[in-house]
Design a protein around this ligand. Structure first.
Ligand SMILES: *Cc1c(COP(=O)(O)O)cnc(C)c1O
Length: 387
């Protein structure tokens, strides 16, 4: 089907919540995607930090294939091995507590919100400006952005939004606080790395008042910043973290991972999900972790991240570069949405605009140096044409 056929079907049949580029992809392999005309694109977005292991990684395809041929679903009324192996590996690899599986990032955050309210009934949840935690009602209530929240009021009560600064967080946390919820690196607001001092202050305030510190690592976790979890850069350990996006290699799976203190707060019947922790997505996630936990890959993410950030800083129209590892953004003095659109259509380079002046880059973590140089070259060629 041509793109114009697809656009007509969309207009007639899909609720119009997305703004799509006029490109339809039919195949992916590694860092590349191919459209309906067989044209190849260099993917520097990875879905949105989803296909971190590259498109159709053979180990993930094979895990999905094997598991789906044996058993696709049995429900959470019974045991399936993949989910339990995955839970042991996820919790064992970071906070050492327990795991609740979800089907998405927002749902992982919903589980975290219910958990911290269960631990401190009626308690407030402190969030920061610039945060993005998802689109469901709890996660949206934790996302203090007027344009996203206002049309859907009333929201879930008990959320307090403050500046992402140590003093502001300290002042907001008290005996009534159930949790502070933060992204160590904010993604949707345009890749803002929170200062270690902010995380340290949040940790201290939570400790003082018995509140839970929860990190949303849905975008910045799983190797994106060059460590398996973004919090490792700061040394500030949360009481729980949420993950999703890259975990399933393209399949929908998320998780809430707790430390020991919060591991047994939720009881039978408190929460649940029909699909979550299913054998196929769990098998995919186990294959993804095999790839992303590799110390050599993580070292390369740090190295190539430095190369990417340094290269971006040299480009015309770039005002400011932010990022850590292979999670990067540039502020431009020209229209970022137009640049992203032209990068796609003219340079066959996939990027994303998080705002009118900001371009975000989230390449697959399996890129090599030549791919980074290639992407920088395409972006330079485009930006040099802009007056
Ligand atoms: C994408 C994202 C979410 C929401 O995840 P969904 O799978 O879209 O529900 C939540 N938090 C952060 C930091 C994200 O980047």
């Amino acid at each position: 089907m041509s793109v114009s056929d697809l656009q007509r079907l969309e207009r007639e049949h899909l609720i119009g919540t997305y703004v799509r580029a006029p490109v339809a992809f039919v195949r992916g392999e590694g860092v590349h995607l191919w459209d309906t005309d067989g044209v190849r694109y260099l993917d520097f977005l990875s879905g949105i930090s989803v296909t971190s292991v590259g498109h159709c990684h053979p180990a993930v395809v094979s895990a999905v294939h094997d598991q789906s041929a044996r058993l696709m679903h049995a429900s959470n009324l019974y045991y399936t091995e993949a989910a339990l192996r995955l839970a042991a590996r996820l919790a064992g690899g970071c906070l050492g507590g327990k795991v609740f599986f979800s089907n998405s990032g927002a749902e992982a955050n919903e589980a975290a919100l219910k958990l911290v309210r269960r631990a401190r009934p009626g308690g407030d949840i402190v969030v920061v400006h610039g945060a993005f935690h998802g689109r469901t009602y709890g996660a949206l209530s934790a996302t203090p952005q007027e344009a996203k929240q206002a049309p859907f009021a009333p929201l879930v009560p008990g959320f307090v939004a403050v500046a992402p600064e140590a003093q502001a967080i300290r002042a907001a946390v008290g005996a009534r606080t159930a949790a502070v919820l933060l992204e160590p690196v904010q993604g949707e607001s345009g890749v803002h790395v929170l200062d270690d001092g902010v995380l340290t202050a949040a940790r201290a305030a939570c400790d003082e008042h018995g509140a839970a510190l929860v990190f949303d690592e849905i975008q910045c976790g799983l190797g994106r910043t060059g460590t398996l979890w973004a919090y490792e850069h700061s040394g500030v350990v949360p009481d729980a973290l949420t993950t999703a996006k890259a975990l399933g290699g393209g399949l929908p799976i998320g998780a809430l991972i707790t430390g020991p203190r919060l591991a047994d707060v939720l009881r039978p019947g408190d929460h649940g999900s029909t699909f979550a922790g299913g054998p196929v997505t769990a098998a995919a996630a186990l294959a993804v972790l095999d790839i992303l936990e590799d110390p050599d890959l993580l070292a390369r993410v740090r190295e190539l991240g430095d190369l990417l950030l340094a290269g971006l800083a040299q480009l015309p129209h770039v005002v400011c570069v932010r990022g850590r590892g292979l999670m990067a953004a540039v502020d431009l003095d020209v229209d970022a949405r137009e640049i992203v659109s032209r990068a796609l259509l003219e340079q066959r380079l996939i990027l994303n605009a998080t705002g009118p002046a900001t371009v975000r880059l989230l390449p697959p973590l399996v890129v090599d140096e030549a791919d980074v140089v290639d992407a920088l070259g395409r972006l330079r060629e485009l930006l040099e044409q802009v007056p």
